[in-house]
Design a protein around this ligand. Structure first.
Ligand code: TYD
Length: 216
C-alpha cells in the first residue's frame, strides 16, 4: 500500500505504554506497530522523552549520567518541554491524519516518576501535563506492571550502559511502580493493566485484542 493510502481512523487513535524501567513495553510497541501496519493502518510510533529533533536534545540532558545535579523541578519541566514539542509536532498531526499513534511513555510517566518517585506535588504535575499535552489524552494506556525486584534482575543481566534514572535505588522504582498502580486505579476505563512477567506472545495477543475494539 502506498504511504498515504492507509486505512484512516477518524480522529486517529492514541495509545500509550507505561511501566517501570525494564518492564518490556518497548518490545510490545514494536510488535503492535508491525501487526497493525501490516493490516494497512497508518502507524506513528513515538517515544518519550524524545521523538523530535528538539525533544531528543532534551532527552540527552535528562538521561545523561553526568547531570547528577539536575533538580527534581528542572527534571519535571524538561520532561514536560519534551512532551509539549512532541505533542504539537507529531502526535496531534498524526491523530488528525487518522493514524494510530503509539507512544512509548506519555504524561503518566511524569506523574509516576516525578510525582510518586521524586515526591513533587501531584496536582501541579497534572496541570503541567495538561499544558504539555494540549489537553489530549491517550484513548487507552497499557500499564506493564512488574515488581521493582524483577525489573532489577532484568537490569542486572543487561551489560549495557545505564542511564541516570536506571541508576536510581530500588526504593525509587518501588514508589514509581505503586504510583503507576494508583494512577491506573483512578482511571480504570483508560488503563489496561498487564502482568509484565507473562510471556511476550501472550501479552501481545492481549494488547491486540484490546485495540481491536477500536478498529471495528
Ligand atoms: P528510556 O531509556 O526511554 O527508558 P524506557 O525504555 O524505560 O522508557 O528512558 C526514559 C527514562 O525517563 C525512564 O527511566 C523513565 C523516565 N521518565 C520520567 O522520569 N518522567 C517522564 O515523564 C518520562 C516520559 C520518562
Amino acid at each position: 500500500m502506498a504511504k498515504d493510502k492507509y486505512s484512516k481512523i477518524p480522529g486517529g487513535l492514541f495509545i500509550s505504554f507505561e511501566g517501570i524501567d525494564y518492564c518490556g513495553k518497548s518490545t510490545q510497541v514494536k510488535l503492535l506497530a508491525s501487526r497493525l501496519g501490516s493490516e494497512g493502518y497508518g502507524i506513528l510510533v513515538v517515544r518519550e522523552p524524545g521523538g523530535t529533533q528538539i525533544s531528543e536534545k532534551i532527552r540527552d540532558i535528562l538521561l545523561d549520567n553526568a547531570n547528577l545535579k539536575l533538580a527534581a523541578e528542572a527534571e519535571l519541566l524538561l520532561y514536560e518541554a519534551s512532551r509539549a514539542q512532541l505533542t504539537r509536532e507529531l502526535i496531534i498531526p498524526g491523530k488528525d491524519a487518522g493514524k494510530i499513534v503509539l507512544s512509548d511513555r506519555y504524561f503518566d510517566s511524569s506523574t509516576a516518576y516525578q510525582g510518586y518517585g521524586r515526591g513533587l506535588d501531584i496536582e501541579s504535575i497534572h496541570k503541567m501535563n495538561m499544558i504539555a499535552s494540549a489537553g489530549i489524552k491517550p484513548d487507552t494506556t497499557f500499564l506493564f506492571d512488574l515488581p521493582a525486584e524483577t525489573a532489577q534482575t532484568r537490569y542486572a543481566s543487561v551489560p549495557l550502559f545505564k542511564d541516570r534514572l536506571e541508576e536510581e535505588k530500588i526504593d525509587f522504582h518501588r514508589r514509581v511502580r505503586s504510583g503507576f498502580l494508583a494512577i491506573a486505579a483512578a482511571e480504570p476505563f483508560r488503563f489496561k493493566i498487564l502482568d509484565a512477567d507473562d510471556d511476550i506472545e501472550y501479552i501481545s495477543g492481549k494488547i491486540y485484542t484490546e485495540i481491536s475494539q477500536f478498529l471495528r
